[in-house]
Design a binder for this molecule. Sequence first.
Ligand SMILES: [Zn+2]
Length: 713
Amino acid sequence: MRRVLDRPRRLLVFLWRAAVLLAVVPAAAQTLAPPATGQSLPDVLEAIQRARVTTRILYVTAHPDDESSSVLTYLARGLGADVALLSITRGEGGQNALGPEQGPPLGILRTEELLAATRTYGVRLYYTRAPDFGYSKTSQETLKVWGDTVLDDMVRVIRTFRPQILINAWGNVDVGHGHHQAAGILTPKASELAADPKAFPRQLDEGLKPWRTALLLQETRGGGAGGDSLPVDDVSPLWGKSYREIGLEGFRNHRSQGIAAFLGSPFLRRPVLLRTSNGSRFDPADLARPLMALAAAGLSELPLEKIDRALEQARAAALRLDWAQAVQALAAAGRLASELEGQAQNSGLRWELARVREHIDAALATAAALRIEARADRRELVAGGTFTARAEMRRRPETLGEVNKPSLILPEGWSVTREEADPAGSVRITVAIPKDAKPQHSPDDWMLPFPPPLMMAHVRAMVQGYGFEAIAPVIAQRVTSTHLDTLAPMLAPAVTLALEPRQFVIIEQRPPKTLELLARVRHYGTASAKVTVGVDAPDGWRASPPQGLEFNGAGDQLVRFSVTLPAKVSAGKYSLEAWATLDGEKFRTSLEPLPSLPTYLWSEPSVTRVEAFPVAVPEGLRVGYVAAENDPIPAALVQLGAQRSSSWACRSNCSTRSRWLSAISADLMPSPSASAPTNCAKTWPALTSGCWITPRQAAHSWCSISGKTFGPP
Ligand SMILES: [Zn+2]
C-alpha cells in the first residue's frame, strides 16, 4: 500500500536527533483500548466479553497502514481477545500527502493517525525505536540500519505484553520493501529471544520475565498459500456492521498516506488468511481462550468457574438494562479474581489474574458509566507558576456505593495549594509547579504511542466492599467559534523562539550582503516579564544588537534581525542561533504547532542554517525539477541563482513523467530519486543527453554540460 519516495534532503538540514529529543507531544497512556462510543450497552457487553477471554495477541508490522484492519477488529471486537499492534516504525520516512511535515514531525502525525485507527479496531499500540529511513530495496540493508536495537525493543514489547499468539503480518515475504521483509524475518527471531533467559539480561534485571509465545501465525496476503480465513465480513451482533467495515473506518485515519484514494480498492477487501509458519493448521479456538484456560496454568477450576458465572450474570443483567445488578455481579467477579490473585502460587499467575481484574474493572466503570474528567485552565504550564483544574465525575444512579471525591495524580514535587468542592460534586484544584520542574520521561516511553500524560485525574469507587478506580488524563481545551480542541497540558519553557527562514543557501563567490531573520518570541508565563532576545552569528559575521521585549502575561511578539556577512564566505555550513533571556535563564528552542496537526507542538533548536557552496552557476541557467509534495529543493535552487523553468508534483511512474518532461527545456535536471537515472533515463529520451544529479550526490558531484561546469571546480 505504501508509496514512498526517497526525498531529496541534501539541502534541507533537519536537526533530526535534537528534534526527537525535544519533541513535545500530547499523551495518551497505554491503557486498555477505550470503548467505541462511550459507555453504551454494546460497550458494556464488549467489555464483559473481554474479561471472559484470556488470550493476548500481538500483531507485528513494519509501518503504519501495513495492518489488516479487519483482522485486528475481528480478533478484538469479534472474539474479545486482548490484541496489540506492534508497528516497528512510526512511518516518518514516507511521503506526506497532508502537509509539509517530514521526518520526526511526520512520525508524530502518523502516530496520531495509527492511534486513532487502533482505537477503532479496539487494540493497543506499541512501537520500537527503529527508524523509517525511506524505501529500502533489501532486507539486508534494513537490518543493517536497524541494528541490534530493534530486536531488543521487540523482545521488550513481547515480555511486557506477554502474548500467547504472535501474528507475523510480513512472514515469508521476500519481495518489495526491505522494511516489510525485515519485519517478517525479525518477528520469529524476537519470539525465540523473548523466551530465552539469556537474551537481553538487562530487561530481566529490570523485572521483566522471559516469555514463550505459544503460537506463531503469519498472515498470507492474496491467498494461494492456504490457511484459515476469518469471518471478517460477518456483521457484529453488537455494532451492526461487519468487522471489515469497522476496520476500514479506522483505517481511513491514515490520511497523511493519502489513503482516501485506496478505500475502494479490492486490495482492502481481499480475504486474509492466517496459518502457522510451517503451513500446518491451527485450532481457531486458540484465538480466544476462555477464563477456564487459566486452569491449565495451575489455577483451580472452581473459582475460575465462579468468576465466569458472575460475568455471565452481569451480561444478562446488562441486557435487561438492570445496571445495578450488572455492576454488583461485576464487583462479585472482581472480588473473586482479587482473592484468587492473593492466593496464587507464582508471579506468572498473579500477573494473569491482575489482567483479568483490569478487564473486570474496565467493564465495571463502563457498566456504572463512571467517568472522570479534569480540565486544566491552560495547556502550557511553566515552572514556578500555578494553574487550576476542574475535576468532575459522573455515574449511573444507584449503581455504586461510596465514591471518593476526584483527585489529581501530579508529577513529583507539584503540590495542591487549594481545593474547593462545589455542591454539584466537581472540585476546583489549584496546583503549584516547583521552580525547578522538568519534563519527566521514563526510559521506555518509546514503546508507547506518546509519553504518558503529565497529570491524571482519578476517582475510587466501592461496590459491596470491592474497590476499583476510574482514571483519565487531565486535559485542556481551546475554544474558538468554530472549534473545540482537546489538548494535553505540558510543561513548557517560559520563553520560546521560532526563526524564519530555517535555511539560507548561498554561493561562495557572491554572498549576499545581509541576511534578514524574523523571530517569533512566545512568553508562556502569566506574570509580566522583560525578555531580551538576540542572535549569535559566526566570527566575522555581524548580527544586529539584542532587543528588549516586554510581555504583559502570556503572548507572542515578532522581532526582526539583520545579519551582515563578510565580503568573502568560504564554502561550508554555518548557523545563526537565536536566544532569549528571562531572569538570568537562557532559552534557545522553538515550540510551534505542527501545520497539519495544530493541537501538537513541536520543539527544536532556534537555529537558521546557512550553507555556502562553491557553485559556478551560469547566467540564465534554467533548471527543470520534478518536485515531490512540499519539496524544499526548488526554493534552494532559486537561492542558488537558477531560474526555475517549472516544477511538478510527481507521484506517478517514469513513463507518465516522460510526457510532461517532453515539454521541458532545461539545462540541468536534478533527479528526486536516486534510482531515477538508471530506471528513468531510458524512458526520458529528451534528457539522456543532459545531466543527472541525484540528491545523495548533489553536494559533491556536479557535472559538465556543453562545456559549462557546474559544481566544485
Ligand atoms: Zn509498509
